[in-house]
Design a protein around this ligand. Structure first.
Ligand code: PRP
Ligand code: URA
Length: 210
């Protein structure tokens, strides 16, 4: 379909996603599941990070091992909901730097409004994972990635949990060079710009604000 979009069909991800979608799932469980899914997605999405050889010494002898080359990741959550995915990634890659981009969707126009942007100084030397559980119209992710591109990172990947076809279409057109990873590609957006069937408002469910 799209050669720069990967949908993870791993049974653990799909199982956790079904619980996440369920409207009876509490905020506490919702937060834990978002984090666990982010860890599983990070494991898959880091599969092609470049390695280099290093000399190490085991208790038995010297050998040549491998480690990830250069500086590690920068993780950039789109506030608020993207915050829920950060721990899940830094658990696997503890030396990641973390940036923040604050965007909210205007409820009338559905256009993103930026209110905060703070990125790691050395982001130009890092691979960047932009994270947000939801890709709906794509406006927020498109804007966030455009901001990050101004700082010239090595590569950018976008990780979301649920994507709408409209968001994938718009995002891949705006940023064909950025690989998108998601756990599900849903049916459509409704008239209020919510993903159907989706999981509702990710920020409100993570932070218990509704
Ligand atoms: C949600 C979500 C995305 C955005 C997706 O955030 O977390 O950032 O909507 O929609 P889009 O693809 O149409 O731009 P929201 O604006 O509700 O802000 P919040 O995370 O602060 O609740
Ligand atoms: N943002 C959300 O949190 N959920 C949606 O379904 C769409 C945008």
């Amino acid at each position: 379909m799209y050669n720069n979009v990967t949908i993870f069909d791993h049974p653990l991800i799909q199982h956790k996603l079904s619980i996440l979608r369920d409207k009876r799932t509490s905020s506490k469980d919702f937060r834990a599941l978002v984090s666990e899914i982010a860890t599983l997605m990070c494991y898959e999405a880091t599969r092609d990070l470049p390695l280099e050889e290093i000399e190490i010494e085991t208790p038995i002898c010297k050998m040549t091992g491998k480690h990830i080359s250069g500086k590690k990741l920068a993780v950039v959550p789109i506030l608020r909901a993207g915050l829920g995915m950060v721990d899940g990634i830094t658990n696997l890659v503890p030396s990641s730097r973390i940036g923040h981009i604050g965007l909210y969707r205007d409820e009338e126009t559905l256009k993103p409004v930026e209110y905060y942007c703070k990125l790691p100084k050395d982001i130009g030397e890092r691979d960047v994972f932009v994270v947000d559980p939801m890709l709906a119209t794509g406006g927020s992710a498109i804007d966030a990635v455009s901001q990050i591109k101004l700082r010239g990172p090595r590569t950018i990947r976008f990780l979301c949990i649920i994507a709408a076809p409209e968001g994938i279409e718009a995002f891949t057109k705006a940023h064909p060079d950025v690989h998108v990873y998601c756990a599900a590609l849903d049916e459509r957006l409704n008239e209020r710009g919510y993903i159907v069937p989706g999981l509702g408002d990710a920020g409100d469910r993570i932070f218990g604000t509704k």
